[in-house]
Design a protein around this ligand. Structure first.
Ligand code: ADP
Ligand code: MG
Length: 212
């Protein structure tokens, strides 16, 4: 794992977000202000524009570089949250930066999710991206501790992400803009849960396909 891997994962996430842009826009129009996908794609375009720099770095510095760009371009609630995700991962992986076995990557991912929780001051149950990120981090950690193979992890995580993304539909939003709707927030999937799930799915598919 190095800057090239980081960029390839960002590319995979970017492609999936673009493909699902209309759907994510409708989700945020239903329970937010409609800008979630615009915010994310602005950031992804900016990251693609600094490809050479990201690719030239080692794993942790590449994540930090990407995080700084995300903070200055994404905006909304999700910009600072994704910044925290990437810096949290970078900090946790600084020591084992390029070694990146399943266990090291699980630790980094869990640290990223923990940082998002600290920044957004929420856990599961408030109908946000955390409802996807936390169960995925927990399963990832449990599988890594049990010595699961890379392939098993790459099969399991997208399934967990999808299941928990779908479960946000019936939840009551108690954080972020959607919470202003109260009971009317029910019946719609959370846009941040959907975008996080899509990115997790795309990155797992990329690693399974091209990093095998
Ligand atoms: P904004 O709501 O400011 O317009 P975005 O549209 O970019 O920001 O992002 C909305 C998404 O951010 C929501 O769908 C939700 O998943 C996520 N979100 C909002 N507040 C929080 C929070 N405190 N913790 C975690 N995620 C949050
Ligand atoms: Mg929004």
């Amino acid at each position: 794992m190095n800057g090239k891997t980081v960029m390839a994962c960002l590319d995979a996430a970017h492609a999936s977000l673009k493909e699902h842009a209309d759907e994510i826009a409708s989700l945020d129009q239903a329970i937010g202000d409609g800008d979630h996908i615009i915010n994310l794609l602005r950031g992804m375009d900016a990251l693609a524009a600094m490809r050479a720099q990201i690719e030239a770095d080692a794993f942790a510095p590449a994540l930090k570089l990407a995080a700084t760009k995300v903070l200055s371009t994404v905006g909304g609630s999700s910009g600072p949250l994704f910044f925290s995700m990437l810096t949290g991962m970078a900090k946790a992986s600084a020591d084992d930066a390029d070694s990146a076995g399943v266990a090291a990557f699980a630790r980094a991912f869990a640290a990223g999710v923990e940082a998002v929780g600290q920044r957004g001051k929420t856990g599961v149950g408030s109908k946000t991206m955390m409802d996807v990120l936390i169960p995925v981090a927990e399963r990832f950690t449990a599988m890594a501790e049990a010595g699961a193979s890379r392939q098993d992890v790459l099969d399991a995580l997208p399934r967990i992400a999808e299941e928990h993304m779908l479960a946000t539909r019936d939840m009551l939003a108690t954080k972020g803009r959607a919470s202003f709707l109260g009971e009317r927030s029910r019946g719609h999937i959370d846009p941040g849960a959907r975008s996080s799930q899509l990115m997790i799915e795309a990155v797992c598919a990329y690693i399974a396909r091209d990093e095998a």
